[in-house]
Design a protein around this ligand. Structure first.
Ligand code: SIN
Length: 528
């Protein structure tokens, strides 16, 4: 299969990139690859919304820039922060033109919410399911565009590089993709390839990310020797519902704390004032660590997010999904505290890209959570992820036009790209073997590479990962490829890189916290 541009991943980054590119050039053939159906992916689970400066009377670009930089523990790239914030307002307007509806007040002004780390109200939202509203609007738009086609139920196997074509152009030429239905591997040759595959939350036992967040783009980029930066900066969201609901960890949006929700231990005592003067609205790294310290020192399974002081009508109209989900497990958030724990939420690191979204491998772009732009520094500011996605999708689309025009390789070159060469293996892999390794990996990462790390734990994990890697490689070499095996292979590669990068970091910044480099004394409970 040949296409001009192959987009792998169909959250806000992939869809808005494709829409923008098709608007810029209706003749370019764009193919989207989607792991399940078009709706599934991290974007639809984003509850809070999208941060942008809208109220210019109270807010300003300067304030949003400063909040982003401070939340990132002053590690972000100020040039990137500057253009993302300043271009963001226009991009959000465009999102609305494309059909995304954000809540308004009676005066018809946009109803802006507040979240941790923000000095002003600047979160545009759609009740407590902003992401699914954005995803809906983008899918409706995509379906009406002729030069975009999409393949659902397909997973990335590997990027096509010189290694496959036996050439030395140092480019990406497309990707091998496997169908999750008939398990056939297809070759898609493309002039440009855009990874929008999202995050790696499934590395951990508790994650707000859906099942599909297995770092496929990152795993493939790693094998293609593309530069990857800051993987150990995994953000844990402070408040995920405990226990899981139907096997999934359900997010309780930060907007609930922004509306007055208070954290308490199981004795009903507030504790955030002991950790930070911004209390419940401190940046996420601080709140997540504070909750974890409380849980470890009090040996409790969860803390409580008390939102009973929020007016019942306001709660019901702003947070209907939270109310419904809590009630489905017998908790009434209008009358009692919601049991919450921190859960793996967002990868601040990823494939290193320039301000146009291009990676270190020519012809390969990365947009959204799988990328590292420099915006987030050591900790992402709440609701800045969707903003980064649309700003970079726009920039990458503009630059893609230039790139396609400059490619000198002939159509024959692309037509002659060899097919995937792993088809001859006939042994059928036992699904439970893959699942067992996956579970082992999640346990290892949760105990050794979670909110609190130690050098000893990281070294043990590195050793353990070597054997997990060998076992996975053995399965991969002896068995017919399955989508589950592709995911496991990606997860093991990403975990290996994350742990080894973590061992190189000698200073605690933002979400990265190694007890061995702690400046303040560590409570006994958190030491091991
Ligand atoms: C939330 O609603 O708390 C999550 C949104 C985000 O991660 O920015």
């Amino acid at each position: 299969m040949n296409t001009d541009v192959l987009v792998i991943g169909t959250g806000i980054s992939g869809l808005s990139y494709a829409i923008k590119l098709s608007m810029l050039s209706p003749k370019i053939k764009i193919t989207l690859i989607c792991k399940e159906d078009l709706m599934e992916g991290n974007t639809r689970y984003a509850q809070g919304g999208i941060a942008a400066v809208y109220n210019f009377e109270k807010d300003s670009f300067e304030k949003h820039i400063e909040d982003t930089y401070i939340a990132g523990d002053r590690q972000g790239d100020l040039n990137v922060i500057d253009f993302v914030v300043k271009e963001g307002t226009e991009r959000v307007n465009e999102l609305m033109e494309w059909g995304a509806a954000f809540d308004t007040k009676e005066t018809k002004e946009i109803d802006l919410a507040k979240e941790g780390g923000h000095s002003e109200k600047r979160i545009l939202h759609h009740k407590d399911h902003s992401g699914s509203e954005i995803q809906r609007a983008l899918i409706d738009k995509i379906k009406a565009i002729d030069n975009i086609r999409y393949l659902e139920n397909h997973i990335l196997v590997d990027l096509i590089t010189d290694h496959h074509t036996k050439t030395t152009h140092k480019r990406c030429y497309g990707a091998y993709i496997i169908s999750t239905i008939d398990r056939q591997v297809i070759t898609i040759a493309s002039k440009l390839t855009v990874l929008t595959t999202g995050g790696v939350g499934q590395l951990y036992e508790f994650t707000t990310n859906p099942r599909v967040a297995t770092g496929d783009g990152l795993g493939a980029a790693y094998r293609a020797k593309v530069k990857i930066k800051n993987l150990p900066y995994i953000q844990f969201h402070p408040t995920a519902l405990h226990p899981k609901v139907n096997g999934e960890t359900f997010l309780i949006t930060e907007a609930l704390r922004g509306s007055g929700g208070i954290l308490k231990n199981q004795s009903g005592e507030r504790f955030m004032h002991q950790y930070d003067k911004r209390e419940e609205l401190a940046p996420r790294d601080i709140v997540s660590r504070a909750i974890s310290e409380e849980l470890l020192s009090r040996k409790e399974s969860h803390v409580l997010l008390d939102a009973t002081q929020i007016d019942e009508e306001v709660f019901s109209s702003h947070f209907p999904m939270i109310k419904k989900t809590c009630r489905s497990i017998g908790i009434d958030p209008l009358n009692e505290g919601i049991p919450v724990i921190p859960a793996a939420h967002y990868s601040c690191g990823g494939i290193e890209v320039d301000p146009n979204g291009e990676s270190s491998l020519q012809g390969l772009f990365a947009v959204g959570e799988c990328s590292h732009t420099g915006l987030h520094g050591a900790n992402r500011l709440a609701s800045n992820s969707l903003l980064e996605a649309i700003v970079y999708a726009h920039r990458a689309a503009l630059y893609s036009i230039e790139c396609i025009q400059s490619i000198k390789l002939s159509d024959t070159f692309y037509s002659n790209i060899p097919n995937w060469d792993g088809q001859e293996y006939s042994s059928n892999l036992k699904v439970n073997k893959t699942q067992k390794l996956f579970t082992k990996l999640q346990q290892l990462m949760s105990s050794n590479a979670g909110i609190f790390k130690t050098n000893k734990g990281l070294k043990e994990a590195s050793k353990e990962l070597n054997s997990l890697y060998t076992e996975t490689l053995d399965l991969y070499q002896k068995n017919k490829l399955t989508p589950q095996l592709c995911e496991l292979r990606n997860m093991v590669s990403v975990a290996y890189l994350l742990i080894n990068q973590a061992l190189q970091i000698k200073e605690n910044k933002g979400v990265f916290y190694n007890n061995d480099y702690a400046k303040k004394s560590i409570p006994k409970a958190v030491q091991s």
